[in-house]
Design a protein around this ligand. Structure first.
Ligand code: ZN
Length: 245
């Protein structure tokens, strides 16, 4: 089974379509790890596109919750809060109802894989370091737990002791899951990368070869930026796309 792994699309339809084009024919099922909306200018288009994807498994992110009133955006920074207020105003009833019905992670996918937005123990927590990784390993139900939320590709492996494998993964672009070890892996953000690489990030996990490819796709960045500015969203949200921060 080959899974297309998408997280943090953030209403960036140009990035999502570029990823779907690049990955066409290379996957059987689709995993979406939350934050379909927020920041970008096309929340309805992203929701509609995701809903067309085959054999879809999707969980909610914090921006999805905030956009439909399930989470008060008090903890969001000014830019994120402004984008959520805008998203709430323009989101169609149809998209709102669908987003409101999305399940919380973690979600078990098969014998090998589970997915969450932030961590397996708290959907809104950032899995950024060894402390959260240790706790996530303790709470995970499958050998491979895919996560998002930080917008930065990263991976952790649990062995006799915990190793932070972040640098290895970003350099190698491919992670092979050894039998008997557990892993946490983040493929990065489709719609708002924050690792200094402006290209859309995604992954393809193959359960046959027990491997995860960490991939990037070029997309029409200028179009996504113009849409953000034309929508009246903060200019900073357009500018950050170009630097991948
Ligand atoms: Zn996000």
């Amino acid at each position: 089974m080959r899974y297309l792994v998408l997280s943090d699309i953030h209403a960036n339809i140009e990035a999502l379509d570029a990823v779907l084009h690049a990955a066409a024919g290379r996957y059987d099922r689709v995993l979406v790890l939350g934050d379909l909306v927020g920041y970008g200018a096309d929340p309805d288009a992203v929701v509609a596109r995701v809903r067309t994807l085959p054999d879809l498994h999707v969980i909610r992110g914090n921006h999805d919750k905030a956009a439909v009133g399930l989470l008060a955006p008090d903890t969001f920074n000014d830019l994120a809060r402004e984008a959520i207020a805008w998203t709430r105003r323009i989101l169609s009833d149809r998209s709102r109802a669908w987003l409101a019905g999305l399940p919380a992670g973690p979600m078990t996918i098969d014998d090998l894989v589970e997915v969450c937005h932030g961590t397996p123990y708290d959907e809104d927590e950032y899995l950024a370091g060894r402390r959260e990784a240790r706790r996530s390993f303790a709470e995970a139900h499958r050998p491979v737990c895919l996560f998002g939320h930080t917008h930065v590709p990263a991976a952790f492996a649990l062995d006799a002791e915990l190793h932070d494998a972040r640098a290895v993964v970003t350099a190698r672009r491919r992670l092979v899951f050894d039998d008997g070890r557990a892993y946490l892996a983040n493929c990065g953000a489709v719609g708002q990368p924050r690792d200094g690489d402006a290209r859309a990030a995604y992954g393809i996990l193959d359960t046959g070869t027990r491997s995860l490819a960490l991939l990037r796709a070029d997309y029409d960045l200028r179009q996504a930026q113009s849409r953000i500015i034309a929508a009246g969203l903060p200019d900073a949200l357009a500018h950050r796309l170009a630097i991948g921060r």
